[in-house]
Design a protein around this ligand. Structure first.
Ligand code: ITT
Length: 199
Protein backbone atom coordinates (compact mmCIF):
# COMPACT_ATOMS: atom_id res chain seq x y z
CA UNK A 1 0.00 0.00 0.00
CA UNK A 2 1.93 3.05 -1.26
CA UNK A 3 1.09 6.72 -0.76
CA UNK A 4 1.70 8.94 -3.78
CA UNK A 5 3.56 12.23 -3.35
CA UNK A 6 1.08 15.04 -2.79
CA UNK A 7 -1.40 12.69 -1.03
CA UNK A 8 -3.32 13.98 1.98
CA UNK A 9 -2.78 11.91 5.11
CA UNK A 10 -4.48 12.14 8.49
CA UNK A 11 -2.01 11.92 11.38
CA UNK A 12 -4.40 10.05 13.68
CA UNK A 13 -3.26 11.11 17.14
CA UNK A 14 -4.53 13.50 19.79
CA UNK A 15 -1.17 13.49 21.61
CA UNK A 16 0.74 16.73 20.75
CA UNK A 17 4.16 15.12 21.43
CA UNK A 18 3.48 12.28 18.99
CA UNK A 19 1.93 14.67 16.45
CA UNK A 20 5.13 16.76 16.41
CA UNK A 21 7.34 13.67 15.95
CA UNK A 22 5.15 12.08 13.25
CA UNK A 23 4.84 15.36 11.33
CA UNK A 24 8.66 15.82 11.43
CA UNK A 25 9.22 12.24 10.23
CA UNK A 26 6.78 12.75 7.32
CA UNK A 27 8.16 16.15 6.31
CA UNK A 28 10.71 14.98 3.67
CA UNK A 29 8.16 12.93 1.71
CA UNK A 30 5.92 15.56 0.09
CA UNK A 31 2.80 14.33 1.89
CA UNK A 32 0.19 16.86 3.02
CA UNK A 33 -0.60 16.11 6.66
CA UNK A 34 -3.66 17.03 8.70
CA UNK A 35 -4.16 16.03 12.32
CA UNK A 36 -7.16 14.16 13.72
CA UNK A 37 -7.68 17.07 16.13
CA UNK A 38 -7.73 19.68 13.34
CA UNK A 39 -10.42 17.63 11.56
CA UNK A 40 -12.46 17.40 14.78
CA UNK A 41 -12.30 13.59 14.73
CA UNK A 42 -13.23 11.94 18.06
CA UNK A 43 -10.72 9.87 20.06
CA UNK A 44 -11.75 6.23 19.69
CA UNK A 45 -11.77 4.05 22.82
CA UNK A 46 -8.61 1.92 22.88
CA UNK A 47 -10.14 -1.44 23.70
CA UNK A 48 -7.68 -3.80 22.00
CA UNK A 49 -5.29 -5.93 24.05
CA UNK A 50 -2.11 -5.10 22.19
CA UNK A 51 -0.33 -2.21 20.45
CA UNK A 52 -1.16 -3.44 16.95
CA UNK A 53 -4.87 -3.84 17.71
CA UNK A 54 -5.11 -0.30 19.07
CA UNK A 55 -3.04 1.18 16.23
CA UNK A 56 -5.41 -0.47 13.71
CA UNK A 57 -8.50 0.69 15.53
CA UNK A 58 -7.28 4.31 15.67
CA UNK A 59 -6.08 4.38 12.04
CA UNK A 60 -9.32 2.85 10.72
CA UNK A 61 -11.55 5.17 12.75
CA UNK A 62 -9.69 8.26 11.52
CA UNK A 63 -9.50 7.04 7.93
CA UNK A 64 -13.22 6.26 7.76
CA UNK A 65 -14.10 9.49 9.60
CA UNK A 66 -12.06 11.64 7.21
CA UNK A 67 -12.40 9.65 3.99
CA UNK A 68 -8.59 9.79 3.66
CA UNK A 69 -5.68 7.48 4.42
CA UNK A 70 -4.66 7.76 8.09
CA UNK A 71 -1.51 6.93 10.03
CA UNK A 72 -1.92 6.07 13.74
CA UNK A 73 0.65 5.21 16.41
CA UNK A 74 0.01 3.03 19.42
CA UNK A 75 2.94 2.94 21.74
CA UNK A 76 4.00 2.39 25.31
CA UNK A 77 6.70 2.20 27.93
CA UNK A 78 7.53 -1.30 29.18
CA UNK A 79 9.47 -2.10 32.36
CA UNK A 80 11.04 -5.54 32.77
CA UNK A 81 10.71 -5.58 36.58
CA UNK A 82 6.97 -4.85 36.19
CA UNK A 83 6.38 -7.69 33.72
CA UNK A 84 6.25 -5.23 30.79
CA UNK A 85 3.83 -2.76 32.48
CA UNK A 86 2.59 -0.12 31.92
CA UNK A 87 2.81 -1.23 28.23
CA UNK A 88 -0.49 -0.82 26.37
CA UNK A 89 -1.98 1.16 29.27
CA UNK A 90 0.93 3.67 29.47
CA UNK A 91 -1.34 6.66 28.80
CA UNK A 92 -3.81 5.53 31.52
CA UNK A 93 -1.14 5.59 34.23
CA UNK A 94 -1.09 9.38 33.80
CA UNK A 95 -4.74 9.61 34.91
CA UNK A 96 -7.52 11.69 33.37
CA UNK A 97 -5.39 14.86 33.61
CA UNK A 98 -2.60 13.18 31.57
CA UNK A 99 -0.08 14.03 34.31
CA UNK A 100 3.08 12.06 33.50
CA UNK A 101 4.80 13.07 36.74
CA UNK A 102 2.17 10.84 38.38
CA UNK A 103 2.80 8.04 35.89
CA UNK A 104 6.59 8.22 36.43
CA UNK A 105 6.13 8.27 40.23
CA UNK A 106 3.98 5.15 39.94
CA UNK A 107 6.72 3.38 37.95
CA UNK A 108 9.22 4.35 40.67
CA UNK A 109 7.03 3.17 43.54
CA UNK A 110 6.07 -0.13 41.84
CA UNK A 111 9.72 -0.87 40.95
CA UNK A 112 11.00 -0.11 44.45
CA UNK A 113 14.60 -1.33 44.65
CA UNK A 114 14.28 -3.97 41.90
CA UNK A 115 17.77 -4.79 40.61
CA UNK A 116 16.54 -5.23 37.03
CA UNK A 117 16.34 -1.69 35.55
CA UNK A 118 15.71 -2.74 31.91
CA UNK A 119 12.96 -0.93 30.03
CA UNK A 120 11.92 -0.37 26.43
CA UNK A 121 9.53 1.64 24.31
CA UNK A 122 7.41 0.08 21.55
CA UNK A 123 5.63 1.87 18.72
CA UNK A 124 3.29 0.30 16.20
CA UNK A 125 2.40 2.54 13.27
CA UNK A 126 -0.65 1.58 11.23
CA UNK A 127 -1.60 3.02 7.85
CA UNK A 128 -5.27 2.52 7.00
CA UNK A 129 -7.42 3.36 4.02
CA UNK A 130 -11.16 4.11 4.15
CA UNK A 131 -11.86 0.75 2.40
CA UNK A 132 -10.41 -1.03 5.46
CA UNK A 133 -6.98 -1.99 4.08
CA UNK A 134 -4.30 -1.72 6.80
CA UNK A 135 -0.54 -2.15 7.11
CA UNK A 136 1.31 -2.14 10.46
CA UNK A 137 5.00 -1.57 11.31
CA UNK A 138 6.72 -2.05 14.69
CA UNK A 139 9.73 -0.34 16.26
CA UNK A 140 11.42 -0.80 19.63
CA UNK A 141 14.22 0.86 21.57
CA UNK A 142 15.88 -0.78 24.58
CA UNK A 143 17.40 0.93 27.59
CA UNK A 144 17.01 1.44 31.32
CA UNK A 145 14.80 3.28 33.79
CA UNK A 146 16.49 6.09 35.70
CA UNK A 147 15.25 8.21 38.61
CA UNK A 148 14.78 11.08 39.30
CA UNK A 149 13.23 12.26 35.98
CA UNK A 150 15.65 14.40 33.94
CA UNK A 151 15.16 16.77 31.00
CA UNK A 152 12.40 18.94 29.59
CA UNK A 153 12.36 17.70 25.97
CA UNK A 154 10.00 15.11 24.54
CA UNK A 155 6.87 13.97 26.37
CA UNK A 156 5.38 11.17 28.45
CA UNK A 157 7.98 8.88 30.06
CA UNK A 158 10.98 10.43 28.21
CA UNK A 159 12.55 11.91 31.41
CA UNK A 160 13.04 8.43 33.00
CA UNK A 161 14.30 6.47 29.97
CA UNK A 162 18.02 6.17 29.14
CA UNK A 163 18.49 4.39 25.80
CA UNK A 164 21.29 1.80 25.52
CA UNK A 165 24.64 3.39 24.69
CA UNK A 166 23.69 6.81 26.11
CA UNK A 167 24.13 8.47 29.49
CA UNK A 168 21.22 10.84 28.92
CA UNK A 169 17.46 10.40 29.09
CA UNK A 170 15.23 10.96 26.05
CA UNK A 171 14.03 14.03 27.99
CA UNK A 172 17.55 15.47 27.82
CA UNK A 173 17.93 14.88 24.08
CA UNK A 174 17.11 17.30 21.28
CA UNK A 175 14.25 16.13 19.05
CA UNK A 176 16.68 15.08 16.29
CA UNK A 177 18.80 13.03 18.75
CA UNK A 178 15.73 11.13 19.97
CA UNK A 179 14.52 10.72 16.39
CA UNK A 180 17.79 9.03 15.36
CA UNK A 181 17.12 6.06 17.67
CA UNK A 182 13.53 6.09 18.89
CA UNK A 183 10.96 3.29 18.67
CA UNK A 184 8.71 5.59 16.62
CA UNK A 185 11.40 6.46 14.08
CA UNK A 186 12.32 2.76 13.76
CA UNK A 187 8.68 1.88 13.03
CA UNK A 188 8.54 4.86 10.69
CA UNK A 189 11.57 3.69 8.70
CA UNK A 190 9.83 0.38 7.99
CA UNK A 191 6.62 2.24 7.07
CA UNK A 192 8.51 4.65 4.79
CA UNK A 193 10.33 1.82 3.01
CA UNK A 194 7.02 0.07 2.28
CA UNK A 195 4.67 2.99 1.65
CA UNK A 196 6.49 6.24 0.78
CA UNK A 197 8.74 7.51 -1.98
CA UNK A 198 11.41 10.17 -1.62
CA UNK A 199 11.50 12.99 -4.20
P1 ITT B 1 -3.22 8.87 20.75
O1 ITT B 1 -3.89 7.56 21.10
O2 ITT B 1 -4.18 9.96 20.45
O3 ITT B 1 -2.17 8.71 19.72
P2 ITT B 1 -2.12 8.58 23.43
O4 ITT B 1 -1.20 9.44 24.25
O5 ITT B 1 -3.41 8.12 24.08
O6 ITT B 1 -2.42 9.39 22.08
P3 ITT B 1 -1.21 5.84 23.33
O7 ITT B 1 -2.53 5.28 23.69
O8 ITT B 1 -0.44 5.15 22.25
O9 ITT B 1 -1.32 7.36 22.88
O10 ITT B 1 -0.36 5.93 24.65
C1 ITT B 1 1.00 5.79 24.63
C2 ITT B 1 1.61 6.45 25.83
O11 ITT B 1 2.94 5.88 25.96
C3 ITT B 1 1.79 7.93 25.61
O12 ITT B 1 0.73 8.69 26.13
C4 ITT B 1 3.11 8.19 26.33
O13 ITT B 1 2.88 8.43 27.66
C5 ITT B 1 3.87 6.88 26.22
N1 ITT B 1 4.82 7.04 25.13
C6 ITT B 1 4.73 6.56 23.85
N2 ITT B 1 5.75 6.98 23.10
C7 ITT B 1 6.51 7.74 23.91
C8 ITT B 1 7.69 8.48 23.70
O14 ITT B 1 8.28 8.56 22.51
N3 ITT B 1 8.19 9.13 24.74
C9 ITT B 1 7.60 9.11 25.95
N4 ITT B 1 6.47 8.46 26.22
C10 ITT B 1 5.92 7.78 25.20
Amino acid sequence: MRLARGSRLVVATHNPGKLAEMTALLSPYGIETVSAGALGLPEPEEIAEDFEGNARLKALAASRGAGLPALADDSGFCVAALGGAPGVVSARWAGPGRDFSLAMARVQSEMGHAADRRAWFVSVLCLARPDGECACFTGRVDGAVSFPPRGAHGFGYDPIFVPEGSGRTFGEMLPEEKEAISHRSRAFRAFAAACLSLP
